[in-house]
Design a protein around this ligand. Structure first.
Ligand code: ZN
Length: 276
């Protein structure tokens, strides 16, 4: 029977198959093959012996927390106290996209903005949506729930951005212990083995925030493909990295304000970081 691992406690795997939940152990052969089942894995289980017999291919795999088949990462970004950090936002988008996960931006603390400040944030929201990255305010609860439906979601973003209050808005049954979520990224009592998926709106949210490491472990070429608005622009040179080349359509688009200046500036900073 096919199911998905939603929890691991020591050697006991909780596997969800439809509406049923099974406690399983992993067959010894995985260890010999250097494999180990992780939360998020789609697996085949033998319900007579309560063992996992096969791990199905993963579409992606994170190491912190250890989790496979993540569909979306919600970037929880405060727009006030602390101010919106576009550098961090774009870097998270880049690293998440590189990991073959869909980034979704959720702006928090919008109610603290003045009318003028709100105009600016609205502008960013429109821009990201226009390039195909979903961007929402944290009070757009129905839309956020829609995005969780049928997905495994990992939260990302700096401490103090409002992860726990977002969870409180979404989780009427308070299944998730928000203390867990609000913990500082990558620290605290969570070991890498202890990630758990909580059910919300027919989907799952991981209880441990992801993407605490923001190293750009990618090539320059890979970097440019994480900026999805660059994709359809045909520069003079096919291998253009949109830096100092002539005939660069990306630079032209920045000058025409078709590409957000801050996005391009951050791209150049990331490029330098990779070159170092
Ligand atoms: Zn170019």
């Amino acid at each position: 029977m096919k199911g998905q691992i939603i929890r691991i406690i020591s050697n006991l795997y909780t596997v969800k198959c439809g509406d049923e939940v099974y406690g399983c152990r992993a067959r010894g052969k995985f260890r010999n093959e250097g494999l180990s089942p992780v939360v998020g894995d789609y697996v085949i289980i033998d319900i007579n012996d309560n063992v996992i017999t096969d791990i199905l291919p993963r579409k992606n795999e994170l190491s912190r927390p250890v989790i496979a088949n993540v569909d979306k990462a919600f970037i929880i970004a405060s727009v006030k106290r602390p101010e919106l950090d576009l550098f961090l936002l774009d870097k998270l988008i880049c690293v998440i996209t590189y990991n073959n996960i869909e980034p979704v931006i959720i702006f928090t603390k919008v109610d603290l903005l003045s009318a003028g400040e709100l105009d600016i944030i609205n502008g960013y929201k429109m821009y990201y949506n226009s390039i195909g990255i979903k961007c929402l305010y944290n009070n757009e609860v129905l839309e956020i729930k829609d995005l969780i439906n049928n997905s495994i979601v990992v939260l990302a973003g700096q401490t103090g951005a409002g992860k726990s209050s977002l969870i409180n808005r979404l989780d009427n049954n308070k299944n998730i212990k928000t203390d867990d979520i609000s913990e500082a990224l990558g620290r605290g009592k969570h070991t890498t083995r202890h990630v758990e998926l909580y059910e919300i709106s027919n989907g799952y949210i991981a209880d441990t925030p992801g993407f605490s490491s923001l190293d750009l472990n990618m090539t320059k070429d890979e970097l440019k493909y994480t900026f999805i608005e660059f994709e359809d622009l045909e520069c003079k040179f096919r291998d253009c990295i949109h830096d100092k080349e002539i005939g660069c359509k990306v630079k032209e688009a920045v000058e025409k304000n078709d590409i957000l200046k801050s996005r391009y500036d951050n791209y150049l900073l990331f490029l330098k970081e990779i070159e170092r």
